[in-house]
Design a protein around this ligand. Structure first.
Ligand SMILES: [Zn+2]
Length: 158
């Protein structure tokens, strides 16, 4: 109606109850807490970068869980990044979804240095785990994409 230039001020959404959309105080506190944490990390960004560069050549690993509410899929990720002075660093993720699929994905970044590129290809070549459904290598500097699968593809969604 608005697009047609008609008066829509009398339109009411059926069964609309503003209280059912109200954010709980617990959620507000959690958002404030997260905001303070992110701000503290951002304030330390120069020291964190310096500290990471002092460990150049080491591989840093973290794990996290991501929930995709649009498809009701949980994903467990273990990410590893080679800290590097010369480029953003080669990066890999072992991903396991609640649908049962497990993959390893390796990413050599654009402008990735020779050492990181070699590390990425070593990770790819050495990975022969039977617990993985597939291993991928994306090599941005050389515009290459490699795949190896350990099990026949069934057409299931990851
Ligand atoms: Zn590098």
């Amino acid at each position: 109606m608005a697009m047609a230039g008609l008066d829509y001020s009398h339109v009411r959404e059926p069964d609309y109850n503003p209280d059912s959309y109200r954010q709980t105080p617990e959620v507000t506190r959690w958002i404030e807490h997260t905001g303070r944490q992110v701000l503290e990390i951002w304030k330390q960004r120069h020291d964190l970068r310096k500290s990471a560069l002092e460990r150049a050549g080491e591989v840093e690993t973290r794990s996290r869980t991501v929930y995709y509410d649009t498809d009701n899929i949980s994903e467990n990720q273990t990410e590893s990044l080679r800290l590097c002075r010369d480029c953003p660093g080669v990066w890999k993720i072992v991903s396991h979804s609640s649908r049962g699929k497990r993959i390893l994905a390796i990413h050599v970044p654009r402008k990735g240095c020779r050492r990181c590129s070699e590390t990425g290809y070593q990770w790819y070549e050495k990975e022969n785990s039977r617990h993985l459904d597939a291993v991928y290598l994306q090599d941005r500097p050389n515009d290459a994409f490699l795949t190896k699968t350990n099990r026949p593809q069934t057409g299931d969604r990851y």
